[in-house]
Design a protein around this ligand. Structure first.
Ligand code: ZN
Length: 276
């Protein structure tokens, strides 16, 4: 089972369950905002004048990012071939950085290339969505209870600014640099289960040409390890987003490009690219 978030005709943010019908994803019935998520709970309180719900293909909806994270905790260089392609060592411990929630971009919307950057790259990634507050997850504890599900993130990066700044905040945190969605595939209700050792594939296409093809079986630090490592220093809240790193094949985008990240069992995140 999957869900999406979209703007209704009257401009209200709503959630819907999503199912595959004839090879296409459809919003099939309305869903209450995920309970524990404070920001979305406020929206659900406003959602009193519920319009009649009509099933619709996702492509016909004005989609929003399906999550409202308090923070986006990213993992750098978590595939060895990607670390090597940029001339970096494989890290001994997870290399974490934050993207601000203000960098989130809805499916279908345009990534804006900053005039200050000469090179803006795509990075297709599987992302964990947190479902329950967690801190200090123990070594024996099952991490599954804290995972709402999985979505797709394009960890857009101004590569030149990332390098020249040293710190990654600007290079990774520019407005529109975190396209996310189009759906969340719910844990335990979907065909995706990377914790099971079941490989999940991540494919990035630029203007229809495959640029990245990776599998979560090649993650240097797997999902359960990452959640224990991250919650050893910070509290994760419902809706928080954890992109798990990008496979090899990163490269630049240009204004006018269309970039697609496909994650098996989740769907396709498609965005356009335009100059700022
Ligand atoms: Zn990344």
């Amino acid at each position: 089972m999957k869900y999406c978030k979209y703007l209704s005709h009257s401009g209200v943010a709503r959630y819907a369950f999503v199912e595959r019908q004839d090879g296409e994803l459809w919003a099939v019935r309305p869903m209450v905002a995920p309970e524990e998520d404070l920001a979305t709970r406020l929206i659900s309180l406003e959602d009193q004048s519920t319009e009649a719900f009509a099933a619709a293909p996702l492509g016909s909806l004005s989609l929003l990012s399906p999550v409202t994270p308090s923070k986006i905790v990213c993992v750098g260089r978590n595939y060895s071939e990607h670390a090597a392609e940029l001339g970096n060592e494989v890290p001994k411990e997870p290399l974490l950085f934050l993207k601000p929630p203000s960098s989130l971009l809805a499916p279908g919307k345009s990534i804006r290339m900053p005039a200050l950057s000469k090179r803006v790259d795509y990075e297709g990634e599987l992302a964990i969505v947190i479902g329950k507050r967690c801190r200090n997850i123990g070594p024996e504890e099952d991490v599954r209870q804290y995972i709402r599900g999985y979505t797709i993130v394009n960890d857009v990066t101004a590569r030149d600014i990332q390098k020249s700044d040293g710190q990654w905040t600007r290079g990774k945190g520019w407005d529109t640099f975190c396209p996310a969605g189009p759906v969340v595939a719910l844990t335990g209700h979907d065909e995706i289960d990377p914790l099971d050792g079941e490989p999940v594939t991540v494919t990035t296409r630029l203007n229809g040409v495959v640029k990245q093809e990776g599998s979560t079986k090649d993650l240097i630090f797997p999902i359960d390890f990452l959640l224990r490592y991250i919650t050893a220093f910070t509290t994760l809240e419902p809706g928080d987003l954890i992109p798990t790193g990008t496979p090899s094949g990163v490269g630049p985008m240009q204004p006018g490009d269309t970039v697609e990240v496909e994650v098996s069992g989740v769907g396709i995140l498609r965005n356009l690219v335009e100059a700022e």
